[in-house]
Design a protein around this ligand. Structure first.
Ligand code: G3H
Length: 194
């Protein structure tokens, strides 16, 4: 059976400071994760099967892939939820400087659309082509993306209600392995390094 591996990019400079969005590079810890991830793929890829590596168009996912391939398939549809006017802010800044945004998002995180940005609902819509392709894949596929996007893909593959997306746990530096079976997907999680 071909595994689907879902992982967030390695830790970025923004993650370190709790900032949302942007196009930051990896932190030193994130670079380390890229190495561990490459080793994980080398060890766990089924023999004689080429692993497809998909990333977003953002630097932190492409850099996380470089130890595995120089030419991943990059999808704009895999880019992180667009935080619009809040892009680049910390959550504390949003809470203090834009209390109405904070309150509205807290009240309905699934449907709330950032001003000039997206909601989880929007993200699910734009992921359609990715999911169709993912279901057609014959080879093992490693998807290196972002928290909100991976929550949406995970919910779809695991048959969770879309509205649960915003609270699904997708930690950094963890590979979520989903193996399709007759009845859905079998899940295993690997925090790296072990
Ligand atoms: O920067 C965006 C985050 O990955 C999404 O997290 O929807 O929990 O704010 P959140």
């Amino acid at each position: 059976p071909r595994p689907i591996w879902l992982t967030r990019h390695g830790q970025s400079d923004y993650n370190r400071h709790g900032r949302i969005g942007g196009d930051p590079e990896l932190s030193p810890a994130g670079e380390e994760y890229a190495k561990h991830l490459a080793e994980f793929v080398r060890k766990n890829a089924p023999r004689d099967q080429e692993v497809a590596v998909w990333t977003s168009t953002l630097r932190r996912t492409i850099s996380t892939a470089t130890k595995i391939t120089r030419s991943p398939r990059t999808w704009r549809a895999l880019d992180e939820i667009d935080a619009g006017v809040c892009d680049g802010m910390t959550y504390d800044q949003v809470r203090i400087e834009m209390p109405d945004v904070w309150a509205a998002r807290s009240a309905d995180k699934f449907r709330y659309r950032y001003p000039r940005g997206e909601s989880y609902e929007d993200v699910i819509q734009r992921l359609d082509p990715v999911i169709i392709q993912l279901e057609r894949q014959r080879s093992p596929t490693l998807v290196i993306a972002h928290q909100a996007v991976l929550r949406a893909i995970y919910a779809y593959l695991m048959d969770r209600p879309p509205s649960e997306c915003p609270s699904i746990s997708v930690p950094l530096h963890t590979v979520i392995q989903l193996t399709p079976t007759a009845y859905g997907c079998e899940e295993k999680r690997f925090a790296l390094p072990p």
